[in-house]
Design a protein around this ligand. Structure first.
Ligand SMILES: Nc1nc2c(ncn2[C@@H]2O[C@H](COP(=O)(O)OP(=O)(O)O)[C@@H](O)[C@H]2O)c(=O)[nH]1
Ligand SMILES: [Mg+2]
Length: 440
């Protein structure tokens, strides 16, 4: 992706440069082993956006382009998923040699270490001799209990017995068998185990080196058990992980952890920045993107959301919400975690709509500057005499003040409506959880 440098110092982008950029992006994606068709679709989309969208004022062209590439990739990767290790049964699936057993051990120890919960694992791979021994060895010296029956050939039986034995555990992880490719009997076994386990999570373990086959492999497992998360292993090697991206794009199951070595500690939480940097072969791209303006970071958005959820909704809250919305173009990453309804689907606002919104904001700011804190907190106080005073103080007509109040009223109703919406609440809750678990 060196050709991003082509944009350095340029003020406008021409078709030739866009083509050049797009070509080099596609090359980078293919070198990373991202699916051929998907690479084509993605680069065409970015090409189109580059021709159509202008950078926001003050944003350099190369940053603008990187933002676009980044947000498009994040769109595929999906919003981050946070798993609370309570009452979870996790099924590990994947082809032979991808790192299922190793990751089972890593994950068990991770949750035990970082969350202090009781974790137990079940070895249900009856096809690979020594699988039980391998898992036991990996977990030696940890407090994770391992269940297995090395002589048993019926995996279902082992799973049933294991589940019974570990009924008091917070988390149970079940390791399963995989071959080079899945044959019918193995497929059937996996479905049966999945049914017995009634797992809350099904993680597809995929080696970063798996290339173009990743998508079809992921599809197969997804059809069998319904994959809920992806774990990419061997990211300590040279592979760029494009195959994993194809897998995610196929199943829609986001990457939750990555494996970076053979030892039990070599597990990391997934971070999209790092992953995308690696995928594009660009070192650390953090410095090249500029998604959230300094005055509006993700934390602020969280804080605001938390306030909105608390049921209070002042004019100041409304202003902050609008300000956030007006910046959505540069905040796709954050917005992708939020329900579209929260911003009235404004992530698709056109340039002129954004401009209009900015104009409104400017005016609201002037008007609000003429209000007392009390009035901003309790806009219902604003009867006609106060409205007159505020209009005079801010040099606008009374109608503009009333418009502001009307907007506040509408937004407040919208917020109320959403508060009652269970899906929305759940989404908000999981967003808040991100905060709690940053130390995870
Ligand atoms: N370098 C590296 N090796 C790994 C990683 N995860 C697993 N392995 C190795 O890959 C091989 C296969 O792993 P295993 O867990 O047995 O795969 P399974 O057949 O899917 O259970 C073993 O030699 C592991 O040590 C990783 O993240 N990095
Ligand atoms: Mg194994």
């Amino acid at each position: 992706m060196g050709s991003i440098g082509l944009l350095k110092g340029k003020r406008t982008i021409d078709e030739e440069t866009v083509k050049e950029l797009s070509k080099s992006l596609r090359r980078a994606l293919l070198e990373a082993d991202f699916n051929v068709r998907q690479s084509k679709e993605l680069t065409e989309r970015i090409e189109r956006r580059m021709m159509e969208e202008e950078p926001l004022p003050g944003v350099r062209l190369e940053t603008h382009a990187m933002n676009m590439i980044y947000t498009e990739l994040v769109r595929i990767l999906g919003p981050p998923r946070n798993i609370r290790p309570h009452n979870e049964t996790v099924l590990m699936v994947g082809l032979y040699g991808q790192g299922k057993t190793t990751t089972t051990a890593k994950l068990a120890d991770w949750w035990r270490r970082k969350h202090g919960v009781k974790v137990a694992v079940i070895e249900a791979d009856v096809h690979r001799p020594g699988a039980f021994q391998q898992l036991k060895q990996l977990l030696e010296g940890t407090n994770v209990e391992v269940y297995g029956e090395p002589e048993e050939t019926d995996a279902k039986k082992i799973v049933r017995n294991g589940l019974k034995k570990f009924s008091a555990a917070d988390v149970i992880i079940i390791d399963t068998a995989g071959r080079d490719s899945l044959d019918e009997s193995l497929k059937e076994e996996l479905i049966e185990i999945s049914n017995i386990a009634n797992a809350t999570e099904k993680f597809l373990v995929i080696d970063a080196q798996v290339g173009q086959a990743a998508g079809p492999v992921a599809q197969t497992f997804h059809d069998l058990v319904g994959v809920t998360g992806t774990i990419v292993t061997k990211l300590d090697g040279t592979a760029r992980g494009g195959g994993a991206l194809s897998a995610v794009s196929t199943t829609g199951a986001p990457i939750v952890f990555v494996g970076e070595g053979e030892r039990i500690n070599d597990l990391e939480k997934f971070e999209s920045d790092r992953f995308i940097s690696r995928l594009l072969g660009m070192g650390d791209i953090k410095g090249l993107i500029d998604l959230a303006p300094e005055d509006m970071d993700e934390q602020e958005a969280m804080r605001l959301t938390q306030r909105l959820m608390s049921g209070r909704f002042t004019l100041t809250d409304m202003y902050a919400q609008m300000e956030m919305t007006s910046k959505i173009g540069t905040m796709d990453k954050l917005i992708s975690h939020l329900p579209d309804s929260m911003f009235g689907g404004m992530s698709n606002m056109s340039r002129s709509q954004k401009q209009q919104m900015q104009n409104n904001l400017d005016q609201y700011k002037v008007i609000m500057d003429s209000m007392t804190q009390n009035e901003k907190d309790e806009p219902v106080l604003l009867k006609s005499s106060r409205i007159k005073r505020i209009a005079r103080g801010s040099g606008v007509d009374e109608k503009s003040v009333k418009d502001l109040l009307g907007h506040w009223n509408k937004s407040k109703k919208m917020m109320r409506g959403m508060k009652g919406n269970r899906k929305f609440r759940r989404q908000m809750q999981s967003m808040m959880d991100l905060d709690d678990d940053l130390g995870m």
